[in-house]
Each structure stands twice: as structure tokens, then as C-alpha cells.
Design a protein around this ligand. Structure first.
Ligand code: GLY
Length: 381
């Protein structure tokens, strides 16, 4: 007989990655439990929600690019299905992105990015400074050129998380509102987890999807990378302040401004290796506002409504850890670093397929967690 505390799959972590895994697997007929003190919380509460497969392309990350693009392509259908399942709007907006350069170094950097994008078969168009300002009149007069990427969109991560909670509830996912203190392993097999209050949860398979905390829980190489983010409000009289996401690299730091239809303007983000610290600092806010002001001087007129810091789950190669571990029954869906919101649809699909069939789909195989244990074993020989 099945009790509330036993399930086919226990998902540890109720951020967007844990929720999408739970939702997709429940849709496939599995009995799912999810443990998290606050489902729908986590890094999604801070993230800006850029779906930036093309503008966040980095050298050496071509394998990750394929997964990012696959997920971006799934977003329109994913958003429609999730909105239908939850009755909630997730703020998916096909607004495009403009990446601009403020000086000749930035422009050279963007030219390189443009060449890499073209070699990778991605669509982007080089614009002069004047053309950039024609698209976005609030840009600084000094903008020297930019890349127009009409395929990089946005979603509102807070709405996404809230919709996933409702979709999970409607699909029969059982929520346990507590933190999983440790995983239960019997013999060599993962069989569940024990919550902080002592509750024992049993499951045939366990997925650790606990964001930056996954490293602590499952002993995997995932670390917290702090990001400070600001939220401002564009008064109706100023709208449209920006019509698409605008981003730049200013003195080596990435800055982006993501305008929502409801008037929210998200400005991010710092990238700091400071362990578990989530303090919002004067220095972080200053740097973001200084760089945003260089890009869009009118920003100083807007009300500043929120400052917050979150923790990206960083992995050694900046790519996620998806799939089975060397412990039978224990799977990972974590380490999404800068791409958690973008990778939500494809992560749900591949994890559900794995949980139902035992096979990790082809597109996720390069991201097996075993790639790191293989390295460790080679090093120990
Ligand atoms: N992808 C944006 C960030 O991590 O800041």
C-alpha cells in the first residue's frame, strides 16, 4: 500500500528546475513527491528571465549552445501549455534583444561575438550606433554599435515559478514543505530522503534539483555564484522606456535591462564568488546603476523598487548536470548556472523521459553528471 510518504519519484528542491521535473514526470503518470520549504522560491525569485541563447553565447560553450537553442525553441509551446495547465500568465514576451557597445573595446568584443554567432549558424544583425538608437531612443548618444538578436526573448521567472507550482498541484504532485537534510541510501541505492523534522520520504528514484544547495546535499561540484539584481518601475508617462532587452559589457561586467509589459524594469547582474552570502551591497547597487546609467541615462529618473541577491548554481564547465549519477536511483537536475530559466522546458522534458524510460535523451547526454566523476577517477589513477 502507498502512503503519502512514499512515491515513485522524490524531487528534492522546488525551484523552477525541480518543479518542471515534477510536473513533466507527473504528466507521464508517475507518482511524484517534492520536498522544499518554499516551493516556487529560489533563484527564480531574483532572475531577470532573459532567454538569451544567442546573446549569452561564450567561446568554448558550443555544446551548451545546442541545449540552450533546443530549449529556446520549445519556449512558445511550453509557455502555452503551462499557462493552460495552470491558468496563470507566465509573462513570455517575444521582444528580442539588443546588445550594444559603448566604446571601441566593447565594439571589438561584440564584433567577435557576432562572428562566433554566424559561425554557429545563429541569427544576429550588426547595427550602427544610430540604428541602435532608432530602435531604442533612450540609449546613450555614445553607443557605438550593436547586435540585434530578434530570437532572444524573455519570461517573468516569478510568474513562471508560480505557474509551475499550480501545474504541479493540479497534476497530483505531493508537496512536503521541509528541507531535505540528507539523502537515504540503502546498500548502494538511493531510496529517499530525510527532512529536517525527521520525516522519512521513500521513493524508487530521487532527483536532486536543489540549485546551488545541490552540492551540499549530493556531494556534486555545484557552487553558489551570487548575483545582485535591481527592479525599477517605468511610470506610464515614460512608457515605452525600452521595448526589448538591452545589454552590454561595461568594463568587463555584464549589464542587462529587461523591460516587462507591466512596467517592471529588471537590471542585472553582478557575478560574485562569495559562498552563501546574499547581502545586497552598496557597491553592487552602485555598479549596476552606474553601468545602466552609462547605457540608458534616463534610468536615474525611475523609482527603484527592489534590490535583491540570489545564488546561481555554478558548475565547473558552466553547463548543467542532468541525469543519473553513479549511485543507482539518484539523478541530478542542477548546475544550470546562468541559464536556469532558459533551460527549464528542455530540462523538464529530458528528466521526465529519464524517469519514465531509464534512458537520458540524446540532447542531454553531454551533460551527464558522470563527466565530472570520470575526471576525478582519471586524476586519482
Ligand atoms: N543569465 C543572466 C545571469 O545569470 O545573470
Amino acid at each position: 500500500m502507498h502512503s503519502r510518504n512514499s512515491s515513485d519519484v522524490l524531487v528534492v528542491g522546488g525551484g523552477i528546475i525541480g518543479l518542471v521535473t515534477a510536473w513533466r514526470a507527473a504528466q507521464r503518470g508517475l507518482r511524484i513527491a517534492l520536498a522544499d520549504p518554499e516551493p516556487g522560491g529560489g533563484a527564480a525569485q531574483v532572475a531577470a528571465g532573459m532567454l538569451a541563447a544567442v546573446t549569452e553565447l561564450h567561446y568554448g560553450e558550443e555544446t551548451l549552445l545546442a541545449l540552450n537553442v533546443a530549449s529556446a525553441e520549445r519556449y512558445p509551446a511550453f509557455a502555452a501549455e503551462l499557462e493552460e495547465a495552470s491558468g496563470r500568465d507566465i509573462g513570455y514576451r517575444a521582444c528580442g534583444t539588443l546588445a550594444v557597445a559603448l566604446d571601441s573595446d566593447d565594439r571589438a568584443h561584440l564584433r567577435e561575438l557576432h562572428a562566433l554567432q554566424r559561425r554557429s549558424g545563429l541569427e544576429s544583425e550588426w547595427l550602427t550606433g544610430r540604428e541602435c538608437r532608432r530602435l531604442e531612443p533612450m540609449l546613450a548618444p555614445g553607443v557605438r554599435g550593436g547586435l540585434r538578436v530578434d530570437g532572444d526573448h524573455q519570461v517573468d521567472p516569478r510568474r513562471l515559478a508560480a505557474a509551475l507550482v499550480v501545474a504541479c498541484e493540479r497534476a497530483g504532485v505531493v508537496f512536503h514543505r521541509g528541507w531535505a537534510e540528507r539523502l537515504s541510501v540503502v546498500g548502494d541505492r538511493a531510496v529517499g530522503a530525510v527532512l529536517a523534522d525527521g520525516t522519512e520520504l521513500a521513493a524508487d528514484q530521487v532527483v536532486v534539483a536543489a540549485g546551488s544547495l545541490s552540492g551540499k546535499l549530493a556531494g556534486v561540484p555545484v557552487r553558489p555564484v551570487k548575483g545582485q539584481v535591481l527592479r525599477l518601475t517605468v511610470p506610464r508617462a515614460y512608457a515605452p522606456f525600452l521595448s526589448r532587452t538591452v545589454r552590454a559589457v561595461v568594463r568587463g561586467s555584464h549589464i542587462y535591462l529587461v523591460p516587462r509589459e507591466n512596467g517592471e524594469l529588471v537590471v542585472g547582474a553582478t557575478s560574485e564568488e562569495l559562498g552563501w552570502d546574499t547581502t545586497v551591497t552598496a557597491g553592487g547597487v552602485y555598479e549596476l546603476l552606474r553601468d545602466a546609467h552609462e547605457l540608458v541615462p534616463g534610468i536615474t529618473e525611475l523609482p527603484l523598487t527592489e534590490t535583491r541577491a540570489g545564488l546561481r548554481p555554478g558548475s565547473p564547465d558552466n553547463a548543467p548536470l542532468l541525469g543519473p549519477t553513479e549511485v543507482p536511483g539518484l539523478h541530478l537536475a542542477t548546475g544550470h548556472f546562468r541559464n536556469g530559466v532558459l533551460l527549464t522546458p528542455v530540462t523538464g522534458d529530458v528528466m521526465a523521459e529519464l524517469l519514465v524510460t531509464g534512458e537520458l535523451p540524446q540532447e542531454a547526454r553531454p551533460f551527464t553528471p558522470r563527466r565530472f566523476s570520470a575526471v576525478r577517477q582519471e586524476q586519482s589513477v
